[in-house]
Ligand binder design. Structure first.
Ligand code: FEO
Length: 172
């Protein structure tokens, strides 16, 4: 049976992952409003990944006999100041999520909860990748100053992103 402090922290993370999904869906809508279908697609896939993260935490808490508590999801930003602004905010958001995952790991270590430590390791590694991906896009956007022909070329590249369920085959 999972300890209360760990249960509480995992419930908070379920909410944080759903909030991330909400934020990226909002960013996708913003890009659609600009007619940038590729950027909108990239954010839509990001949204799906966050839903997968949320449900993975949900499944894990169930597996461990914890009580799932689904709390209201906060309101997210709907207006942005261009493509660079969106990805700067995405990077800041992912850095915050990295901090949350590290905090979860700290609690698991403090509680000597080895199963949760093992479970969380995937998310620790995932955050390294998440931040690196966003930093790369941001770097490219800054090179093209977030405008012109380059913006449209990147739009076509980001259109190619497809969703791959990271937990396909994982125990529910
Ligand atoms: Fe669920 Fe983008 O981390």
């Amino acid at each position: 049976m999972i300890k209360k402090a760990m249960e509480e922290a995992l419930n908070e993370q379920i909410n944080a992952e759903f909030l991330s999904a909400y934020l990226y869906l909002s960013m996708s809508a913003y890009f659609n409003s600009l007619g940038l279908a590729g950027y909108a697609n990239w954010m839509r896939i990001q949204h799906q990944e966050e839903l997968a993260h949320a449900t993975r935490f949900f499944d894990y808490l169930n597996e461990r006999g914890g009580k799932v508590r689904l709390t209201p999801i906060g309101e997210v930003q709907i207006d942005f100041n261009g493509v660079v602004d969106v990805f700067e905010r995405t990077l800041v958001h992912e850095q915050i999520v990295t901090g949350l995952i590290n905090r979860l790991m700290d609690i698991a270590m403090h509680e000597s909860d080895h199963a949760t430590k093992s479970f969380l390791q995937w998310f620790v590694d995932e955050q390294v990748e998440e931040e690196a991906n966003v930093e790369q896009i941001l770097h490219n956007l800054r090179l093209i100053k977030g405008e012109g022909q380059g913006l449209l070329m990147m739009d076509r590249e980001l259109q190619a992103r497809v969703f791959v369920d990271p937990f396909a085959g994982a125990k529910a």
